[in-house]
Design a binder for this molecule. Structure first.
Ligand code: URA
Length: 229
């Protein structure tokens, strides 16, 4: 069953905690839903680990990127997500808005998700780096080392059923390899102590430059969808 949360239903639900809302929908037999016009502000679950982590990220000055950022970009989405997407680093728009994948690449990512029936609100999206590298250059190894404990903690809190590495930088970090993305696609890897299944796909910014590969990205997302059924 599919439910669109209208303003009216949302008014009935806003006084309850996020968890109660989800329990309510589950009780009604509604397994998937689309948030319609919900304000962007995130409701953190009643779990102080999330709040602490967000504060730590916002206050981080461990690497030089804090000097050039507008703000940190923590992550966004469903804290109970089965699917967690991991990108590279915030770009211009993400740095301004404080949310991952909100620029042109983000719009394409949303369409890619929708093409196989996922909605952005269903999944959790985070980046390897929480601060924008100047001129969108590749993350430096020291920046990755400083920042990835935050990502590790996000993965541990979400406990997704599946991880999707979005692009070369994310794939290289998560799989500890330097192989080309073309070679890494199409296989199921296992990540971390929980052996979380992990797939790799193209970065949407790459697909904007190389639209001929969009079909392959669609196949990757179909694979993701099938694995979560
Ligand atoms: N590219 C990424 O890898 N992450 C973003 O958040 C935006 C663009």
């Amino acid at each position: 069953m599919f439910l669109i949360l209208t303003d009216k239903i949302r008014l009935l639900l806003t006084e309850q905690s996020m968890k109660t809302q989800l329990d309510y929908l589950t009780t009604l037999g509604i397994e998937s839903w689309q948030l319609n016009g919900i304000p962007k502000k995130e409701i953190l679950p009643e779990n102080s680990s999330w709040e602490k982590l967000r504060e730590q990220v916002a206050a981080c000055t461990t690497c030089a990127l804090h000097k050039t950022r507008t703000q940190t970009v923590f992550g966004v989405g469903n804290f109970n997500a089965e699917l967690m997407l991991i990108g590279e680093a915030p770009g211009f728009h993400e740095d301004k808005q404080g949310e991952p994948f909100v620029g042109r690449a983000g719009q394409l990512l949303n369409s890619m998700l929708q093409s196989v029936g996922f909605h952005r609100e269903q999944v959790y999206i985070a980046n390897i780096l929480k601060c924008r590298p100047p001129e969108n250059r590749d993350p430096q190894p020291d920046e990755v080392n400083c920042c990835t404990p935050f990502l590790q903690k996000q993965i541990a809190l979400i406990q997704p059923k599946l991880l999707l590495a979005v692009g070369r930088i994310a794939a290289h970090y998560l799989l500890n390899t330097k192989q080309s993305l073309t070679r890494l696609r199409g296989q199921v890897y296992s990540f971390g102590e929980n052996k979380t299944p992990l797939l790799v796909t193209f970065h949407p910014a790459y697909l904007l430059r190389n639209p001929a590969d969009k079909g392959k990205a669609f196949q990757d997302l179909q694979h993701v969808f099938e694995m979560l059924q």
